[in-house]
Design a protein around this ligand. Structure first.
Ligand code: ADP
Ligand code: MG
Length: 473
């Protein structure tokens, strides 16, 4: 095989493994320059293209080159500007694959629940697992409770029923379905039913109409775990509530697990009978909230990988900073980013993603990534307020000139935070603290940094506690 043939066969393997837009964006003008011994040299049309291949695709590239030429162990990259106007040696790999590679991947939606005469929950999606749920402060308890429940041990008994509540798009359905999948993974014979309040209601209405309520009851009474999503929609549906109440009692008495979700805690549900509400609150009630910046970033990275999108860190951070309502928003942004990339063949930038956000929520202000990394600290005043509170000293003393160590120490901590978090210069910090000389600030920072690096000094602990207060993790 000559090097063009080798490269064509590497490309056609790659085209199966990465998304069409990535393939077009990063590989169309790339060539195999030569193979010599265990080394392959790859030529790229631009510096940026070279960087992307080196940082993001090196592994997959090596694997696929080795599949064709097993001797290759090392990859080298170079820029060859002449490639900018080049055409692929085999354009068909890029054209022909269009349709195939573009086909939306359907998530397999296996009927997981096996029941002879079928409560079949076809809506448990395998893409939601407890393992791919990113855990942060905002959802730690809920996730832990779901994991415990999926173990079906003694703890699960205390958590029965488990009630998870929170606003739209904060991950309730993901957790519920993830728990269903986990129970089934551990025990494939378990009878797990995941349903929504609407489906449950429709099923009851149909059973009543067809005079099959007995069959309905029998079926539900045989489940090992009953999971009902969004129970706030049972509002005003008395007959359904009665059926659920009876089913609940039977399952509960036999120690079967029940999980509910809603947009608010049981006590605040309206239009639901008191006896049902009270039972919903018998076990453990936990909430999910919008995760903080770091967790959002981790979720974006995970979702982007799932969607076969390789985004630059600046773009990921920008999205994390601007998703403020729900994680569903995050997903729809990523989908739009993917679609635009696909259509335009240009990789997304902070600017292009900013436009998508503006279209989606025209009245929102767009946060730069920088501001997001600052948590609650937007100005030196914010930092002084938090530090004064933390050390229980008056803010005026922090800003003052007293040489007492009780004030000098918090003052210098403030300077460090101004430098690290707000990225202020020594001059700017001096100016904000009563017109001090920049050398004073430098000197103070040196002292604090020396303390931070000492193993038994509390300064490091103080700093991380204050950073935590400021929402900086
Ligand atoms: P809800 O049911 O609360 O309205 P969903 O469970 O439908 O919210 O979540 C919306 C989207 O956000 C889903 O795509 C879900 O996978 C994703 N999501 C929510 N929380 C997380 C998390 N902690 N880790 C990963 N993905 C999450
Ligand atoms: Mg939901």
């Amino acid at each position: 095989m000559d090097k063009n043939q080798i490269w064509d066969s590497v490309l056609s393997r790659l085209s199966e493994k990465i998304s069409r837009m990535e393939f077009h964006t990063w590989f169309k003008k790339v060539r195999l320059k030569e193979i010599s011994g265990d080394a392959a040299l790859i030529s790229c049309p631009t510096e940026m293209n070279k960087n992307w291949l080196e940082t993001k695709y090196k592994g997959i590239l090596l694997t696929n080159i080795r599949a064709v030429v097993p001797a290759v162990e090392r990859l080298f990259f170079q820029v060859d500007l002449a490639l900018a106007d080049s055409q692929p040696s085999n354009p068909a790999i890029f054209d022909g694959k269009k349709e195939a590679a573009h086909k939306p991947q359907k998530v397999r939606n296996e009927p997981r629940v096996r029941l002879a005469e079928g409560v079949e929950s076809r809506i448990i999606q395998s893409k939601f697992t407890l393992g791919n749920y990113v855990v942060g402060e905002a959802n730690r308890l809920a996730h832990a409770a779901c994991s415990a429940v999926s173990e079906r041990g003694a703890k699960a008994k205390q958590y029965n029923p488990l009630f998870i509540y929170g606003g739209v798009g904060l991950g309730k359905t993901h957790l519920l379905q993830g728990t269903a999948n986990e129970i089934l993974r551990k025990d494939p014979d378990a009878v797990v039913v995941y349903t929504t309040s609407e489906r449950f209601t429709n099923e009851i209405v149909k059973a009543i109409r067809d005079r099959k309520t007995d069959a309905f009851r029998k079926k539900y009474r045989r489940v090992d775990a009953l999971i009902i999503d969004d129970v706030q929609f049972f509002e005003g549906k008395e007959q359904t509530q009665n059926e659920l109440f009876n089913t609940f009692n039977d399952l509960f008495d036999f120690g079967k697990q029940i999980i509910f979700s809603a947009d608010r805690p049981p006590s605040e549900l309206t239009g639901i009978s008191d006896r049902l509400k009270s039972r919903m609150g018998w076990g453990l009630t936990v909430d999910v909230q919008l995760p903080g910046y770091e967790t959002r970033l981790a979720i974006i990275q995970k979702k982007a990988t799932d969607m076969q999108l390789v985004l630059g860190p600046d773009v990921e951070e920008f999205i994390a900073a601007n998703v403020r309502r729900s994680l569903r928003e995050l997903e729809s942004i990523l989908k739009k980013v993917g679609a635009e990339w696909d259509l335009s063949s240009t990789p997304p930038t902070v600017q292009s993603v900013g436009k998508i956000f503006r279209k989606l929520n025209p009245t929102d202000s767009i946060a730069s990534t920088d501001a997001a990394g600052r948590g609650l600290a937007k100005s030196p005043e914010d930092i002084i307020t938090f530090v004064a509170e933390y050390f229980q000293v008056p803010a005026t003393e922090i800003l003052g000139t007293s040489r007492k160590q009780t004030f000098v120490y918090p003052r210098q901590i403030c300077w460090l935070l101004c430098k690290d978090v707000l990225r202020m210069s020594y001059e700017a910090i001096g100016a904000a603290f009563g017109g001090k000389n920049h050398t004073t600030i430098m000197h103070g920072l040196k002292k604090i940094k020396a303390l931070v690096s000492q193993p038994n000094d509390p300064t490091k602990g103080h700093l991380s506690a204050i950073r935590h207060d400021l929402g900086l993790k």
